[in-house]
Design a protein around this ligand. Structure first.
Ligand SMILES: Cc1ncc(COP(=O)(O)O)c(C=O)c1O
Length: 498
C-alpha cells in the first residue's frame, strides 16, 4: 500500500495547474505591472508560501508563452529572474525545478498557532484539538490499525475486478437506497446472527465509516448546545464529530463496569445523545455490564435521548464470551428503540476502505437516508457490491477468523516481551492493551525516549477530557509483526525496569 511519503509523479497535469494559475494572475494584473513582473510575482509567492514545494517541476518558458499567448522572452525574463534569486534551479536536460529555499510546512504546535491566526472558528479550533493523533504512524504500538500486511489482497482484487467488469454502466448514478441492497442484506445477516442486533436489511444505512455515521447522527438528532455524554476516557473521533455539530460534551467516568451513569454531573443529567463502546470500551477494554445497559436504556427513554452503540471491533474477542449488542436488548418493532448501532469495516478489513454502517430504528430510516444523500452523497455501489460478494462467499468470515488467531498470538507475544511486572488492562478483545504507569511524568518520559527509537507511544491521558487522567500507554499490537513486537516490547520492558 503506498504511504504518504510516496513521491508525487510530476507531469504535464501539474504543469497545467501552474499555467492556469499564471493565467489567473495575468487576468488580475495591475496596469502598471509588466507581464514578466506579474509572472515572477505569482511564482515567487507560491514558492515562498510552500504551495510550490522544493523539487517540483515548472513548465518551460516555451510552454508558458504558448499557452498564455505572450512572447517567449517575457516568460524567459520571469524565470531567469527567479533563477538569479535562487528560487528556481535548472537541471540540464530535465527542465526547471523549484529550488529548496528551506521552507517547511508547519506541523504540530506550530500548526495550532497558525490555525488561530488564519481565522478558524472556535469550533474548528476545538476540532483540531481532537486531531492530534499519530496519523501515518506504523508498526508496534499504533492503536486501532489492523494487520494491513495480512489483508487478503489477491482475493479482494479478484472480487473487485469481477464487479467492476460485470456491473459496467449500472450503479454509476447518484445512489439513494441507503447503500447497495446486497451489502445491506449481508450486513443484516451478520449483525442479527453474530451480534444479536434486531433489524431488517432496509434499516441499514451504509456510511463512509463510523466517523461519518457519528457526524450524521449528531446533525440529525441533536441541536447545537444539546448535551452528549461521552465516555471518559473515550474515543476522540466521536468527540470531534459532536464538537463539529456544536454539542456540549459531558465526559462521564468509565470504571471497571463501563460508563457509570451515576457519575454524570447534575448540570449534564439530561443528555440528548449518549456515545458508548459497550462491547469493548475504547480505550480501557472493559465491557458494559447488563445492569448498566438496562439503566442507560431506561435513562435514554426517560429523556428522549439516543444511544449511539459504537461496536467498532467486537469481531476480535479472544477470551470471555461476548455480550449481545445493546440494540438487541430493545424491541426494534415498537419504533421507539432509542439505539443506533454503528459498525465499521475499518478494523476487519482496512481503514482506507471507508465503509461502515448504522442500523437505524424504523422511524429514522427515511429521514436519515434523505439527509445523507443530500449532505454527503452515498458511496461507491460497485465496491459495496464487491464487499457483499466477499461476505456472501465466505472470504470475509475466513479473514476475520484468521485475524482473530493472528491478533491473539500478537497480543500474547507482546505480553511476553513486556514481562510479568507490566500492569496491563484490557485485551479480552480488540487490537490494543493498556499499560498502566505510575505517574504522568513516567508517561511523558517514556514517550520522549520511545520517539528516539522510532517507536510511537500513545499516552492514555490523551483520551481524557478532564483531569485527573490515569497515566498509561495505549499499546496497539495488531499491525506489527512478531519481530517488531519483540523489539519494541523488550525496549519498553527495559525502560520500565529503569
Ligand atoms: C472507538 C472507535 N469507534 C470507531 C472507530 C472507527 O472509525 P472509522 O469507521 O471511521 O474508521 C474507531 C477507529 O479507531 C474507534 O476506535
Amino acid at each position: 500500500m503506498p504511504d504518504s511519503k510516496e513521491p508525487v509523479r510530476r507531469g504535464a497535469s501539474t504543469d497545467t495547474w501552474i499555467v492556469d494559475g499564471l493565467r489567473l494572475a495575468l487576468a488580475r494584473r495591475e496596469a502598471d505591472t509588466t507581464l514578466a513582473r506579474c509572472l515572477y510575482d505569482a511564482l515567487r509567492g507560491w514558492i515562498q508560501s510552500g504551495e510550490l514545494a522544493a523539487g517540483r517541476s515548472l513548465p518551460s518558458s516555451r510552454r508558458i508563452a504558448r499557452e498564455l499567448g505572450i512572447g517567449r522572452n517575457t516568460a524567459l525574463a520571469a524565470l531567469d529572474h527567479l533563477g538569479a534569486e535562487g528560487f528556481v534551479d535548472t537541471r540540464p536536460g530535465a527542465g526547471l525545478y523549484v529550488a529548496d529555499i528551506g521552507f517547511r510546512r508547519p506541523t504540530g504546535a506550530a500548526a495550532d498557532r497558525t490555525s488561530r491566526s488564519v481565522g478558524l472558528s472556535r469550533r474548528g479550533q476545538t476540532l483540531l484539538a481532537y486531531s492530534r493523533g499519530g496519523q501515518g504512524n506504523r508498526g508496534a504500538f499504533v492503536p486501532g490499525v489492523p494487520a494491513l500486511d495480512a489483508f487478503p489482497w489477491a482475493a479482494w482484487q479478484r472480487v473487485l475486478r469481477r464487479h467492476r467488469t460485470r456491473q459496467r454502466g449500472r450503479w454509476l448514478d447518484y445512489g439513494a437506497e441507503g447503500g447497495h441492497p446486497a451489502l445491506k442484506a449481508a450486513i443484516a445477516d451478520y449483525v442479527t446472527i453474530a451480534r444479536n442486533v434486531r433489524c431488517r436489511a432496509d434499516q441499514i444505512l451504509i456510511t463512509h465509516g463510523a466517523q461519518h455515521a457519528f457526524d450524521l447522527i449528531a446533525r440529525m438528532l441533536s441541536d447545537p448546545g444539546d448535551t452528549v455524554w461521552v465516555e471518559e476516557p473515550g474515543y476522540a473521533g466521536a468527540r470531534a464529530a459532536f464538537t463539529a455539530a456544536g454539542l456540549s460534551l459531558a465526559p462521564v467516568t468509565v470504571d471497571a463496569h463501563g460508563l457509570d451513569p451515576a457519575a454524570a454531573k447534575p448540570e449534564s443529567a439530561r443528555p440528548k445523545l449518549i456515545h458508548l463502546t459497550p462491547s469493548n470500551q475504547f480505550p480501557m477494554g472493559v465491557t458494559l455490564t447488563m445492569s448498566r445497559r438496562q439503566a442507560l436504556l431506561d435513562l435514554a427513554r426517560r429523556h428522549g435521548a439516543w444511544i449511539i452503540e459504537d461496536d467498532y471491533d467486537s469481531e476480535f474477542r479472544y477470551s470471555s464470551a461476548p455480550l449481545s449488542s445493546l440494540q438487541g436488548l430493545t424491541d426494534a418493532g415498537d419504533g421507539g428503540a432509542p439505539v443506533l448501532y454503528v459498525g465499521t469495516f475499518s478494523k476487519t478489513l482496512y481503514p482506507g476502505l471507508r465503509l461502515g454502517y448504522v442500523v437505524l430504528p424504523p422511524s429514522l430510516v427515511a429521514p436519515m437516508r434523505r439527509a445523507n444523500v443530500r449532505q454527503f452523497r452515498e458511496g461507491d455501489y460497485i465496491v459495496q457490491a464487491a464487499l457483499a460478494a466477499f461476505m456472501h462467499e465466505g472470504s470475509y468470515a475466513k479473514h476475520v477468523a484468521r485475524m482473530r488467531r493472528l491478533y491473539r498470538q500478537r497480543q500474547a507475544r507482546l505480553r511476553e516481551a513486556l514481562g510479568p511486572a507490566a500492569e496491563l488492562m484490557g485485551g479480552d478483545a480488540g487490537l490494543h492493551v493498556v499499560l498502566r504507569l505510575a505517574s504522568q511524568d513516567a508517561e511523558r518520559r517514556l514517550i520522549e525516549a520511545a520517539a528516539t527509537q522510532g517507536i510511537a507511544l500513545v499516552p492514555l491521558s490523551g483520551y481524557y477530557a478532564e483531569a485527573p487522567a490515569m497515566p498509561g500507554l495505549v499499546l496497539g499490537y495488531a499491525n506489527a509483526d512478531e519481530t517488531e513486537i519483540d523489539r519494541a516490547g523488550c525496549w519498553l520492558r527495559r525502560e520500565l525496569m529503569g
